[in-house]
Design a protein. Sequence first.
Length: 184
Amino acid sequence: MAQVNIDTLGNETIDTLGEPTKVRKGSIFRGRPGKAMLLSLAVPGAGQIYNKSYLRVPFVWGAVGGVGYLMYHRTKEYRCLRDTYIALVDGETIIHDEYCKVHITGIETVTDPARIRPIRDKANNQRQLAIIGFTVVWLLNGVDAFVDAHLKEFDIDEDLSIDIGPKMDDDPNAPMRVGVFVQF
Protein backbone atom coordinates (compact mmCIF):
# COMPACT_ATOMS: atom_id res chain seq x y z
CA MET A 1 0.00 0.00 0.00
CA ALA A 2 1.37 3.40 -0.98
CA GLN A 3 1.56 6.20 1.52
CA VAL A 4 1.43 9.87 0.44
CA ASN A 5 3.24 12.36 2.67
CA ILE A 6 3.47 16.14 2.37
CA ASP A 7 6.75 17.71 3.47
CA THR A 8 7.26 21.19 4.93
CA LEU A 9 7.61 22.77 1.45
CA GLY A 10 4.27 21.38 0.30
CA ASN A 11 5.77 18.73 -2.00
CA GLU A 12 4.05 15.36 -2.07
CA THR A 13 6.22 12.28 -1.55
CA ILE A 14 5.16 8.72 -2.24
CA ASP A 15 6.48 5.86 -0.09
CA THR A 16 5.71 2.36 -1.33
CA LEU A 17 6.72 -0.45 1.01
CA GLY A 18 10.34 0.33 1.65
CA GLU A 19 11.13 1.79 -1.78
CA PRO A 20 13.07 5.06 -1.94
CA THR A 21 10.97 8.18 -1.50
CA LYS A 22 10.11 9.87 -4.78
CA VAL A 23 9.43 13.60 -4.96
CA ARG A 24 6.82 14.79 -7.40
CA LYS A 25 7.90 17.67 -9.55
CA GLY A 26 5.82 20.66 -8.62
CA SER A 27 8.44 23.33 -8.15
CA ILE A 28 9.21 25.80 -10.92
CA PHE A 29 12.87 25.72 -9.93
CA ARG A 30 13.69 22.18 -11.04
CA GLY A 31 15.92 22.29 -14.10
CA ARG A 32 14.86 25.71 -15.36
CA PRO A 33 17.87 28.06 -15.07
CA GLY A 34 17.82 28.61 -18.84
CA LYS A 35 14.23 29.79 -18.67
CA ALA A 36 15.13 32.22 -15.88
CA MET A 37 17.95 33.64 -17.99
CA LEU A 38 15.80 34.01 -21.10
CA LEU A 39 13.06 35.73 -19.13
CA SER A 40 15.58 38.10 -17.62
CA LEU A 41 17.15 38.87 -21.00
CA ALA A 42 13.71 39.57 -22.47
CA VAL A 43 12.54 41.81 -19.62
CA PRO A 44 15.01 42.89 -16.93
CA GLY A 45 14.02 41.48 -13.56
CA ALA A 46 11.63 38.85 -14.95
CA GLY A 47 14.11 36.06 -14.26
CA GLN A 48 14.53 37.25 -10.70
CA ILE A 49 10.75 37.26 -10.25
CA TYR A 50 10.61 33.76 -11.77
CA ASN A 51 13.23 32.64 -9.23
CA LYS A 52 11.22 34.30 -6.45
CA SER A 53 14.17 36.56 -5.59
CA TYR A 54 12.00 39.63 -5.22
CA LEU A 55 14.59 41.70 -3.33
CA ARG A 56 16.95 41.65 -6.33
CA VAL A 57 14.40 43.16 -8.73
CA PRO A 58 14.77 46.82 -7.59
CA PHE A 59 18.55 46.54 -7.91
CA VAL A 60 18.25 45.12 -11.42
CA TRP A 61 15.78 47.83 -12.45
CA GLY A 62 18.00 50.51 -10.88
CA ALA A 63 21.12 49.27 -12.64
CA VAL A 64 19.47 48.88 -16.05
CA GLY A 65 17.57 52.17 -15.67
CA GLY A 66 20.61 54.10 -14.47
CA VAL A 67 22.91 52.91 -17.22
CA GLY A 68 20.06 53.29 -19.72
CA TYR A 69 19.59 56.93 -18.73
CA LEU A 70 23.35 57.50 -18.99
CA MET A 71 23.27 56.03 -22.50
CA TYR A 72 20.32 58.25 -23.43
CA HIS A 73 22.04 61.36 -22.05
CA ARG A 74 25.34 60.62 -23.83
CA THR A 75 23.54 59.97 -27.12
CA LYS A 76 21.63 63.26 -26.93
CA GLU A 77 24.84 65.12 -26.07
CA TYR A 78 26.67 63.56 -29.01
CA ARG A 79 23.85 64.38 -31.43
CA CYS A 80 23.85 68.04 -30.34
CA LEU A 81 27.60 68.31 -30.88
CA ARG A 82 27.41 66.39 -34.17
CA ASP A 83 24.66 68.64 -35.52
CA THR A 84 26.57 71.73 -34.40
CA TYR A 85 29.74 70.51 -36.11
CA ILE A 86 27.90 69.73 -39.37
CA ALA A 87 26.19 73.12 -39.33
CA LEU A 88 29.48 74.93 -38.74
CA VAL A 89 31.22 73.03 -41.54
CA ASP A 90 28.34 73.73 -43.94
CA GLY A 91 28.16 77.39 -42.89
CA GLU A 92 24.53 77.14 -41.84
CA THR A 93 22.87 78.75 -38.85
CA ILE A 94 22.79 76.60 -35.77
CA ILE A 95 19.41 75.88 -34.22
CA HIS A 96 19.75 74.26 -30.81
CA ASP A 97 16.92 72.51 -29.07
CA GLU A 98 16.25 73.00 -25.38
CA TYR A 99 18.31 69.96 -24.38
CA CYS A 100 21.46 71.31 -26.08
CA LYS A 101 21.06 74.76 -24.50
CA VAL A 102 20.66 73.35 -21.00
CA HIS A 103 23.22 70.52 -20.98
CA ILE A 104 26.00 71.86 -23.21
CA THR A 105 27.00 75.31 -22.01
CA GLY A 106 28.90 77.69 -24.26
CA ILE A 107 28.04 75.89 -27.49
CA GLU A 108 26.18 78.92 -28.87
CA THR A 109 29.30 81.09 -28.95
CA VAL A 110 31.56 78.64 -30.85
CA THR A 111 32.01 79.49 -34.53
CA ASP A 112 35.06 77.37 -35.42
CA PRO A 113 34.39 73.68 -36.34
CA ALA A 114 37.94 72.77 -35.26
CA ARG A 115 37.02 73.60 -31.64
CA ILE A 116 33.86 71.48 -31.71
CA ARG A 117 35.41 68.41 -33.36
CA PRO A 118 37.47 67.12 -30.35
CA ILE A 119 34.53 67.74 -28.02
CA ARG A 120 32.26 65.84 -30.42
CA ASP A 121 34.75 62.96 -30.63
CA LYS A 122 34.99 62.75 -26.84
CA ALA A 123 31.20 62.74 -26.57
CA ASN A 124 31.05 59.94 -29.15
CA ASN A 125 33.58 57.92 -27.15
CA GLN A 126 31.55 58.39 -23.96
CA ARG A 127 28.37 57.40 -25.84
CA GLN A 128 29.98 54.20 -27.06
CA LEU A 129 31.22 53.36 -23.56
CA ALA A 130 27.70 53.93 -22.21
CA ILE A 131 26.29 51.54 -24.84
CA ILE A 132 28.87 48.91 -23.85
CA GLY A 133 28.03 49.47 -20.17
CA PHE A 134 24.32 49.10 -20.85
CA THR A 135 24.93 45.84 -22.74
CA VAL A 136 27.11 44.47 -19.94
CA VAL A 137 24.52 45.34 -17.26
CA TRP A 138 21.75 43.76 -19.35
CA LEU A 139 23.75 40.54 -19.80
CA LEU A 140 24.74 40.45 -16.12
CA ASN A 141 21.05 40.65 -15.29
CA GLY A 142 20.53 37.40 -17.25
CA VAL A 143 23.61 35.76 -15.73
CA ASP A 144 22.38 36.65 -12.23
CA ALA A 145 19.03 34.97 -12.91
CA PHE A 146 20.78 31.90 -14.36
CA VAL A 147 23.14 31.48 -11.40
CA ASP A 148 20.38 32.14 -8.87
CA ALA A 149 18.20 29.45 -10.45
CA HIS A 150 21.08 26.97 -10.23
CA LEU A 151 21.71 27.84 -6.59
CA LYS A 152 18.05 27.34 -5.66
CA GLU A 153 18.64 23.58 -5.76
CA PHE A 154 22.09 23.65 -4.19
CA ASP A 155 22.03 21.17 -1.32
CA ILE A 156 23.52 22.51 1.89
CA ASP A 157 24.12 19.83 4.48
CA GLU A 158 24.23 20.88 8.09
CA ASP A 159 27.28 18.69 8.70
CA LEU A 160 30.13 20.77 7.24
CA SER A 161 32.94 18.78 8.84
CA ILE A 162 35.84 17.03 7.15
CA ASP A 163 36.59 13.48 8.24
CA ILE A 164 40.19 12.34 7.63
CA GLY A 165 41.22 8.85 8.60
CA PRO A 166 42.81 5.61 7.52
CA LYS A 167 41.10 3.30 5.08
CA MET A 168 41.75 -0.33 4.30
CA ASP A 169 40.09 -2.15 1.42
CA ASP A 170 39.48 -5.85 1.75
CA ASP A 171 38.64 -6.60 -1.85
CA PRO A 172 38.84 -10.36 -2.48
CA ASN A 173 39.90 -9.78 -6.11
CA ALA A 174 42.70 -7.30 -5.38
CA PRO A 175 45.48 -7.21 -2.84
CA MET A 176 44.88 -5.30 0.35
CA ARG A 177 45.26 -1.52 -0.05
CA VAL A 178 45.91 1.04 2.63
CA GLY A 179 45.46 4.78 2.26
CA VAL A 180 44.13 8.05 3.62
CA PHE A 181 40.41 8.65 3.35
CA VAL A 182 38.95 12.18 3.16
CA GLN A 183 35.18 12.63 3.37
CA PHE A 184 33.29 15.94 3.28
